[in-house]
Write a protein that binds this ligand. Structure first.
Ligand SMILES: C[S@@+](CC[C@H](N)C(=O)[O-])C[C@H]1O[C@@H](n2cnc3c(N)ncnc32)[C@H](O)[C@@H]1O
Length: 257
């Protein structure tokens, strides 16, 4: 991986690590999406073939637990690069299988021939999301299931518009193009679901919104941090509460041919 990508990945992990203790309290959208994905897996993916099951970028295990509540069978392996987030689940729920792992390296050998690879709100943090998604599809056994959710392009247009009007850089994480991911998955999978959902959340103002993002450790950005004057300009150009914060979340599911 080239140097700037390594530096960015390290900064992602630092941010999540510092806020790990607050993640579950602040990650309300992530919890709602995990529950939805769990229900979709129950409706469309069972029965699963035998083989390893994993939550990729599991963090504190929201998605793994939502899936385990819906499916019989062994627990999912929780894979994540952030030990502090993995440890959040250890304290709450005993010891589910976990592995500290950097997903920019692909998948560990033990997931070759996987029966279920699930991931929520994680793929967008990787250096090459479409290539990593291709590797995840390759790792599935025939009949194995991929279940994926992630925020994608089109999210936070309010933030981008405000930054443009304020003439400051937008420090939101650049998000993947959903069609590119759908096409990549369709090369290997029979897709059963591929839809972009819109979630609207109240707009609490620029500072409170940026604090919400930071509160769960999701503030890493390849863009430089705004200096105080730029931040003041962004705050001045941020719209009022009549304009909601909108997330576009790609939910994708398919079975390996
Ligand atoms: C927003 S959290 C989502 C956690 C969980 N999937 C959920 O829905 O609550 C993003 C997760 O991706 C993980 N992550 C980011 N980059 C990663 C990488 N290169 N390798 C493994 N995990 C990574 C973070 O550590 C964090 O746990």
């Amino acid at each position: 991986m080239p140097q700037p990508e390594q530096r960015f990945s390290a900064s992602v992990q630092r941010c999540f690590s510092r806020s790990a203790a607050n993640y579950q309290r602040g990650a309300t959208l992530q919890a709602a999406v995990a529950a939805r994905l769990g229900g979709l897996i129950r409706a469309q993916a069972s029965p699963l073939p035998p083989g390893p099951r994993a939550d990729l970028g599991a963090g504190s295990g929201l998605l793994a637990r939502a899936i385990e509540a819906q499916l019989d069978g062994p627990p999912l392996l929780r894979l994540d690069a952030c030990p502090a987030l993995l440890a959040q689940e250890l304290r709450a729920n005993g010891t589910p299988p976990q592995r500290e792992w950097d997903l920019n390296q692909g998948l560990p050998a033990e997931l070759r021939g996987a029966a279920l690879l699930a991931s929520s709100f994680a793929l967008q943090w990787l250096a090459q999301p479409a290539d990593q998604l291709g590797g995840w599809c390759d790792a599935l056994r025939s009949g194995g299931v991929l279940a994926l959710a992630l925020p994608c392009r089109g999210s936070f247009s309010l933030w981008q518009d405000a930054a443009r009007r304020a003439e400051v850089p937008c420090t939101a994480l650049p998000l993947p193009e959903p069609d590119q991911l759908i096409q990549r998955a369709a090369q290997a999978l029979e897709l059963t679901h591929g839809r972009v959902l819109r979630f609207s959340r109240p707009n609490p103002g620029a500072l409170a919104f940026l604090q919400q993002i930071k509160g769960i450790g999701a503030q890493a950005s390849p863009a430089a941090t705004l200096h105080a004057g730029q931040l003041r300009r962004l705050i001045r150009h941020w719209p009022g509460p009549e304009q909601a914060i909108v997330w576009h979340v790609l939910v994708l599911m398919g079975r390996k041919r």
